[in-house]
Design a protein around this ligand. Sequence first.
Ligand code: ADP
Ligand code: MG
Length: 270
Amino acid sequence: MSAVLPLSSSNSGNSAVSTVSSVPSAMEQILQVEALSVSFDGFKAVDALSLSIHRDELRVIIGPNGAGKTTLLDMICGKTRPTSGSVRFNGRELVGLPEHEIVRAGVGRKFQTPSVYEDLTVMENFEISIPGKQDVLGSIFFRRKAHVLERIHAVAQEVFLQSMLHQRAGRLSHGQKQWLEIGMLLIQSPELLLLDEPVAGMSPREREQTGDLLRRISRGKSVIVIEHDMDFVKRIASKVTVLHQGRLLSEGSAAQVQSDPRVIDVYLGH
Ligand code: ADP
Ligand code: MG
């Protein structure tokens, strides 16, 4: 079981207790991307891309630089508006929704470079990430509640920062900042996490720990992670999607895509 406990919040459709009429299933699709495209000045960065992610799935997306990996995440989280196509999350169309609505629907996004508040402590970074604060006073009251503190401690432990709660975030290592940012997402109890190169700049030991962390998170949530390091990919991946020039090149287990001649040709052979 995940160490992360659900926190009642303003997140809609994000309850740990399923009350929907459909039968919950491990194979239920949580995200369906269909024929998604975006052009920048006529250049197709993502081109008629379709993929789907199941509940409890940890999906790795790989591909050469410029393949459209980051742009795909940008479209899922509402940062970039697609030219055409659809992104359905729990059956709901996300295309056209503002970013904060997509966050509220249960999609959490981590960008390529860690963005934590360096002057605040680890604890304070977690506190400001907790959803459901109405105003400053409500926020202070809310933060002091025992269950909030419990929740912060559980998340801090999950991301290996339990002994760092009172450190200034600026003093963390690059890898620890990546973990803090993952924790800041977890505290919002997303159903789907989008992580763009979360092990970049990490030591081998930190990578190993992050692999364990991602596997743990994906039990009960879905995770899409963009990664380059094939050793890391092999260790964590259940299924790998390979993008090339904005299109889906190959999909399968790490072993399958690694032996796919098309993948070797455009990506792994170099
Ligand atoms: P990846 O993450 O796979 O390395 P990106 O998704 O960042 O690739 O970029 C895919 C392509 O789209 C690249 O050629 C990039 O230069 C281009 N691109 C991405 N965002 C923009 C933008 N806002 N304006 C113009 N071109 C962009
Ligand atoms: Mg990228």
